[in-house]
Design a protein around this ligand. Sequence first.
Ligand SMILES: C[S@@+](CC[C@H](N)C(=O)[O-])C[C@H]1O[C@@H](n2cnc3c(N)ncnc32)[C@H](O)[C@@H]1O
Length: 364
Amino acid sequence: MANSNLTEAKRAKNDEFYTQYPDIEKEMTAYLDYNPDVFRGKTILLPCDDPEWSNFTKYFAQNFERLGLKKLISTSYAVESKKYKGAYQPTLFETSAPYYDKVKTVQNGKIFTLTDDKTGDRKVNVDDLEGHYLEGDGDFRSAEIKRLRDESDIIITNPPFSLFREFLAWIIEANKQFVIIANMNAITYKEVFPLIKDNKMWMGNGFHAGNAYFSTPFADEYEEGIYNPETGLVKFRNVCWFTNLDHGRRHQPLPLMTMAENLRFSKHKEIQGKQSYDRYDNYDAIEVPFTDSIPSDYDGVMGVPISFLDKYSPEQFEIVGATESEGKGFSEGLWDEKSKVSQPLIKNERVYKRIFIKHKKVKK
Ligand SMILES: C[S@@+](CC[C@H](N)C(=O)[O-])C[C@H]1O[C@@H](n2cnc3c(N)ncnc32)[C@H](O)[C@@H]1O
């Protein structure tokens, strides 16, 4: 029991990492560049946040007027539910707030809202945020937060990775627009891939090369090399944004060479000089080990790394399937009951983390 409590606490602490302001600004700018009115007249909910100092709250409060927001709501999860080890020390900011309560600050979540000018300076910004305690602990699954979800138009956050599937389902069941941070490996989850395949969700603008840096109060929870004491940041690989808001890069076709050109001139030694692309033993498709090696003239199914999705344009490609990181059921024919194989094989070797795509129109 003690052990499972410990594991649970560790898992909870591994959810405590916070997004940097420039990363939020860069991502939101991609949606604004595509549609300057994307947030106009909208109610934005920032759940799983820390309204007092979260950069999501700061960004949207500070840009409230420029974005033309109707209402901003930001909620946090109670300190007690976060499973902090040791006694929690509220900040000076918290203790000096007019609503401060010694017990509630540990047991309850918080909510901050912003709708109009409260300070009388004729500007609506971060100074006009009004905060108080929630009735419950701010769990996104609670009826209290569900009501806020239903009231909002767009949900934006970096949710707890340990509850990612549940969090995504929570958004989808309410049919909301969203921009959320996730691990790229979630692409092959059965709750995630069907949404991508049907163009109901796609990757956002993204972090540079999928490397994201977050601040954390629990540096000791991370292995060496992940936490940098000089910057105070943890580095995660393969991090992306998932969204159903449109952005420009999504409509830029990938420039590609023909198959013959790739076999002759590719910069990748795995392709250059070969007679042909490998074919899978158990699936009618060719293996394309790098996104930039997709042949422009191949009129059939191609297996590409999941990082392809970062370059995916729905006008250029159709997604037909994926390998499965778990179970069976959506891989469009790959799952084999007898062998229990749900990956493509090349000479009996499994190839992991592939998306299967086809050109919409082959260039001849
Ligand atoms: C990855 S952090 C991101 C925090 C903040 N959104 C940011 O990016 O700066 C996820 C947050 O979700 C909170 N959390 C964990 N489980 C939760 C739940 N069931 N309901 C609401 N929040 C939760 C964690 O305490 C943590 O603060």
